[in-house]
Design a protein around this ligand. Sequence first.
Ligand code: NAP
Length: 740
Amino acid sequence: MFKSDNILIVGLGLIGGSLAAALRRAGHYQVWGYDRDADSMAQAVRDGVIDIAQQDLHAAVASADVVVLAVPVKAMESLIEELAPYLRAETLLTDVGSVKGNVVAAAYRVFGTPPGGFVPGHPIAGSERSGIGAVNIDLFVEHKFIITPLPESDPQAVAVLAKIWTDAGSDILTMDVARHDAVLAATSHLPHILAFSLVDTLASDAENKDIFRYAAGGFRDFTRVSGSDPVMWHDVFITNRDACLKTLDQFTEGLNVMRQAIVDGDSQTMLGIMTRARVARHHFEKILAGTAYTEEDMSSKTNFDVAPGGQVQGRIRVPGDKSISHRSIMLGALAQGTTHISGFLEGEDALATLQAFRDMGVVIEGPVDGKVTVHGVGLHGLQAPPGPLYVGNSGTTIRLLSGLMAGQQFDVEISGDVSLNKRPMGRVANPLRAMGAKVETGDGGTPPLKIFGGQQLNGINYQLPMASAQVKSCVLLAGLYAQGETKVTEPAPTRDHTERMLNGFGYQVAGMAPTRSLVGGGQLTATDIDVPSDISSATFFLVAAAITPGSDLLIEHVGMNPTRVGVINILRLMGADLEVSNPRDVGGEPVADLHIRYAPLKGIHVPEEQVALGIDEFPALMIAAACAEGTTVVTGAEELRVKESDRIQSMVDGLITLGIDIEGTPDGAIIQGKSGQSSVFGGGEIVTHHDHRIAMSFTLAGLRASAPIKVLDCAHVATSFPGFVELATSVGMQVTSVEE
Ligand code: NAP
């Protein structure tokens, strides 16, 4: 039975001292300290970092419940050997070393079979300072602690260690030893090698010394870690030699490519490297935040403060359509030739698609001001990505990509952020398996998805069990790689961008809704795409104008795909004064300008055939319903329960907070409108569950509110609608984005 009453920390430097201080603060541990330097021990007692300084290391080890080795990694090896005879069967022995391979190897050498109480670990927090004077009681708060248990480690000892570090403020992760050392070589050790080397190279040149005087922020940021402790990092580079060399060699190769491009004046290569890096940095930050030493403050939150009242006046253009942006990258990448895209939505979701194809070797320039150039590689030209494809929060990316990946020759893993990793993927995995694909999902049918390459796909005749454009598209895209005909029949109309755009790229999709089909083995041809504005984004402004007396708004160049115009039909049924003008055709997709003025709205039973045509628009439409006269009934919208949040519940909870009489049903809601009153909504705090559409919908409520509304957790608005707050303010809405 492993206990943690008495914890001995060996090495009272930055990490050991900070852990000691944090555990003392937790209140229920006796924290003992040992350091070979008597002055450090005395200071640790004086500063209240430890309860008791232990002079006799061996005796202290013999009576401690937990022994934490917090010395430089090379020193761990001899220390384990020295302390082994004094450990009891129930002593928990752990360490904090930045490299795990050598510590584990030392344990096998010393013990033969390491005891169950040996559980190595590594806090992903630190600084370039060292010694007892650098102690920081909050060092580990909201930082990761990686446990690298051995097969011999006792699960109860692992649980005790996890509890200790949780009490120090850390979030616990588990990894195997080799993976830990490889990941840290790339994310931590290589940057330290580069920083030490760069500063030394510049400083050892007498002439160059002078340039430090002119060094600005970039130089300081890049080289900050060269102020770190040389002994500690010497030990890290020596003990993690192989992984460090591997990543250093990869880096050197990349650097040589950049060098040659500069020699040759090869702008395309240089811009390719830099645009890829710029986008990747954003993604890597998210993936690796948990494994970077000094990460940005991930706890900061974005809320919207909405003041009551405001106007909706003017002429605006909203960002490009997300669905079309996704597909223009996907189909452009798989086409023969070069596709030029304009009006591309530079939101995180579409950028996730863009990054996924870059990871698979496609050269993509931009985006710059919505312009992207995709150098297609053909249907069979994708390459295996270097690691799992990370698609952030984007359900469209993971579902459409899974169809394409089923037809590749290589294996792929696709994963997303916490919210995406809870969404159902069985709905795409099942038809893909029926086509002959080998697909594994995580527990409960959620991501990560593992798709194994080299499978022979066969066309199927698939009756979609739910109205979902993503599932339909997934099956059709897999059909590009299947033998014979792939046919899909949908239970209700859904977006047909994939079908239209496949035709636009010269790939014939036959039949009429609800049944469409294509035959595998063809070819896509590059084309130019001017992405229409997103009707889902336009919806927030349509509803804003529809509910605000005196409003008059023109929204230009909106995509009017017949499978997306549910919101227009529904608003008109509710009595909105909405005019569609200047209809035209852009790249196979219909486009028009929308002119909307305030008119009193009335409650309706929303026709179910319109529901699928406007499913994403329901959060905003529920705000409109609250402002209408009479009751609005929504049915047949169960799909809303499995979006970025359970949108029915999110809207019910938020509207009740603002004083609206609403009842959620399994497939919709019943909303009692409050027309005739100048203020429809009260004030309050809205929980969005990080769902961007919920956040933007409740922002509209401010236009008819009597008191301020605080909309919490709005950071995801940038995913679908970059510049939302600025555009809303420009038409007269009173919303401010506030970082907490
Ligand atoms: P530190 O501030 O220099 O503290 C190390 C402590 O260990 C000092 O008190 C040092 O005493 C003592 N020590 C050194 N060699 C020893 C030996 N042979 N026998 C006994 N004690 C010895 O270093 P740190 O930053 O806390 O690093 C400690 C461990 O944490 C390392 O394994 C490191 O890889 C790991 N780590 C560091 C960071 C970071 O960012 N700094 C982050 C995560 C993990 P003297 O003062 O007498 O040398």
